[in-house]
Design a protein around this ligand. Sequence first.
Ligand code: PLP
Length: 411
Amino acid sequence: MNGPHGANLALPRLSRRAESLGTENAFVVLAEVNALQRAGKDIVSFCIGQPDFPTPGHVQDAAIEAIRSGKHGYTPSAGIDELRAAIAQDMGQRRGLDIASGDVVVGAGAKPFIAYTIASVTDYGVGDEVIYPVPGFPIYESQILANGAVPVPIYLRETRHFAFDPAELEAKITAKTRLIILNTPQNPTGGILAPGDLDAIADVLRRHPQVWVFADEIYSRLVYEGTFASIATRPGMLERTVISDGASKTWAMTGWRIGYAANRALAPVFTRWITNTESCASQISQWAALAAISGPQDAAAAMHATFRERRDRIVRLLNDVPGITCAAPGGAFYAWPNVTEACRRTGCADSEEFRRRLLHEAGVAVLADTHFGRRVPGDGQHIRFSYAASTAAIEDGVARLADFVRRGQRA
Ligand SMILES: Cc1ncc(COP(=O)(O)O)c(C=O)c1O
């Protein structure tokens, strides 16, 4: 590298931690989409996992009131008492659990708790193992690696409705296993862990008391089939489960950055992490989140109903496209169609080539399964649609996809 005076400067090296830190490819694809849009291309985007609704009006009002009434300073690192109490009450009531406000810590989104949990229960470079779902939210693997732990994927297969096999879980647990990450409803498949799955997982985990559980329940309010259930409700699980949830998805508050985690033993540790990193979540957003949780729920209910309608529509439309099959996702706002046959028909080597050609030739932006971890052996090619998009966009996007597959047809 050239320095200011033209001299060759070799920079000091980066840490292994920095070099092993991954990313969320949705943001990479988003940059590609933005560049195409800036160049005047007409793109229908299904990339981003955030509600396309405004934050409910009464939540906005609460934030403005917080600003106007001088709530400008730091808060305790664990969050304001009013919000912790409201979260404990709501989180406990929805899951049928007894959660105290002292068990709850508020952070700048649910995402930081993934890192805090891994950093709190594994040690760097000593072979501590973390079991995590694949396909899955890419931050799990990235943070496992950055924290010097060993990633142990557990595969979610289409034949099991994207819930993993508890027998496979048992086979992956070793004396070095420190943590298992569960995510229900799941990103990217929309899969749900059914009550029977949770029973079976808890049965396995009771035989392995050295394992913590991170229950990523950020989509817990976005369930369309049956009711949501948490692993923490199973006997012996509450004490060693970190329940993670947040305001982003339920109340369309992704940019406000409020998430929360509950676990009695780890709450003081999470609080220390927050003191060491962001100090506290934004005070204004905390008051807004309090209004979201304890105020009227009609806006959240309306968003839920709209997501359900869109889910039904996109699944029906996708299943009408030749070479594509799409199982109905039970929750979240993602569809995860199998495009193995569509790849064959269009001469695409895999889902990533399919995704790229779909973007450049048809103007439809989606993510490929490879953005969510290594390939699941024998499970074919998948792409992810976020249906946090208007009905018109869903109809237009899937029509373009159908046209792309038909045009690309190679007998
Ligand atoms: C599975 C999963 N966990 C956690 C998050 C993080 O949510 P936030 O940090 O906005 O609360 C997301 C967001 O996309 C997610 O999909």
